[in-house]
Design a protein around this ligand. Structure first.
Ligand SMILES: [Zn+2]
Length: 93
C-alpha cells in the first residue's frame, strides 16, 4: 500500500521534472532559432568586435631600475615622465 503511494508520488515528480526539462529544451531551441535568424538577417550590422585597446587604470609598468612591475597609477614617473619606477628610492638611484 505504502509502496504504491511512494511509486505514484515518484512518477508524478518525475513527470513534472521531465515536463520542466522538455519545456526548457524547447525554449532553448526556440531561442537558438531566433538568434540564428536574427544573425543571418542582420549580417550587415555585425556586432562590434572586441577590438580597440581599452585603457585600464590598473596597467602594469615595469620599474626602469629594478624591473618590478607596478601599477601605473601608483608608479613614480621620472621628471620627463618617460620611465616608471616602483619607488622613489629606485628613481633617485
Ligand atoms: Zn624599482
Amino acid at each position: 500500500m505504502m509502496r504504491a503511494l511512494v511509486y505514484t508520488i515518484i512518477s508524478i515528480v518525475a513527470i513534472t521534472f521531465l515536463r520542466m526539462v522538455m519545456g526548457l529544451i524547447t525554449k532553448g531551441i526556440g531561442d537558438l532559432m531566433k538568434e540564428e535568424t536574427a544573425s543571418t538577417s542582420g549580417s550587415a550590422s555585425s556586432r562590434p568586435a572586441a577590438s580597440g585597446k581599452t585603457p585600464t587604470a590598473g596597467e602594469l609598468k615595469p620599474c626602469a631600475r629594478c624591473g618590478t612591475y607596478v601599477l601605473a597609477s601608483s608608479a613614480i614617473s621620472s621628471k620627463d615622465a618617460k620611465a616608471f619606477y616602483c619607488s622613489e628610492a629606485c628613481r633617485d638611484k
